[in-house]
Design a protein around this ligand. Structure first.
Ligand SMILES: C[S@@+](CC[C@H](N)C(=O)[O-])C[C@H]1O[C@@H](n2cnc3c(N)ncnc32)[C@H](O)[C@@H]1O
Length: 273
């Protein structure tokens, strides 16, 4: 049986905001500046303190940015659909967790055949798998549907990936395309070689850096394919969260969150050999 969201028990599963984000805020050790400790979210996370620090510092930004993106993504059509989720540079699978919360909150129940997590930090990857198990506790066999790839994207080859042409692929690229080590043409080559069929890309990033890499990533598909559900925004949003730093002087409140977002859907053809 694949992962059926309709069978997840809402009373016993964990939720991103309450159980992952607020847990991290409450358990951040004193005198730790979470942004500095995680090199502003850029470094592979090496231990539990760094994992907690990352979520305490950035979890709320991702939560608001991704929920706003998912509202624009026509996800209702995933109801009863066979899908795969691919979370690239996933860290602790925060984007997948937020997507699962979103779908369950909206009563959208796709049939999830696979979740692929790609991330160079084994520590972060293990944390992500644990979160997903607890989020989807209606299905004890979830581990067999989560495909963990502990690698940088540039070092992932098509033979390492598993996919089905019939499933709709939802690719999450949350705060990853702007990372300097990510080679866009290699990623594009990997995707077009591997993921025949319908692919939905949801790309979010910070408002200030790496915008052009999100544009370039989309551009790479346009020479060969017609894009559908092609959406763009760079409008800031606001959200209420804990703004943490070493001295914790700017506590809970409403703050602006800058963002850069592109989403598009593309039907990839089998490559001719
Ligand atoms: C800003 S974090 C984003 C993490 C996650 N997508 C999220 O939304 O929380 C960047 C992540 O990219 C990973 N990373 C860095 N270089 C990478 C690469 N070349 N390929 C894949 N992941 C990479 C880091 O380990 C880190 O987890």
């Amino acid at each position: 049986m694949p992962i059926l969201l309709s069978q997840v028990n809402a009373n016993t599963r964990i939720k991103f905001w309450e159980d992952i984000y607020l847990y991290a805020v409450n358990n951040l050790p004193d005198n730790v500046d979470p942004r500095a400790l995680t090199a502003k979210g850029r470094k592979p996370l090496e231990n539990l303190t760094e994992r907690i620090a990352y979520i305490a510092a950035y979890g709320a930004h991702h939560y608001y940015k991704l929920n706003t993106a998912f509202e624009k993504a026509n996800l209702e059509k995933l109801h009863n659909q066979e899908i795969e989720i691919c979370d690239w540079g996933c860290g602790q699978a925060v984007a997948t967790c937020i997507l699962i919360d979103f779908l369950l909150n909206k009563g959208i129940h796709p049939v999830i055949h696979q979740i692929t997590l790609v991330e160079p930090s084994q520590n972060a990857l293990n944390g992500g798998l644990t979160f997903l198990q607890k989020m989807l506790n209606g299905n004890n066999e979830i581990v067999s549907y989560v495909h963990l790839i502990c690698n940088r994207m540039n070092d992932v080859s098509s033979s390492l990936l598993r996919t089905s042409e019939d499933a709709l692929k939802v690719h999450l690229l949350s705060n990853i395309l702007d990372v300097s080590s990510v080679n866009l043409s290699m990623l594009h080559g990997l995707l077009t070689e591997t993921y025949t069929g319908v692919n939905k890309f949801i790309c979010t990033g910070p408002g200030n850096i790496g915008r052009e890499k999100i544009d370039q990533f989309r551009e790479l598909f346009t020479s060969q394919y017609t894009l559908e559900e092609d959406f763009f925004t760079d409008q800031s949003i606001t959200g209420r969260y804990w703004r943490l730093n070493k001295s914790k002087t700017a506590p809970f409140g409403e703050y602006s969150i800058t963002r850069y977002e592109r989403q598009f859907t593309v039907t990839l053809r089998k490559e001719e050999s």
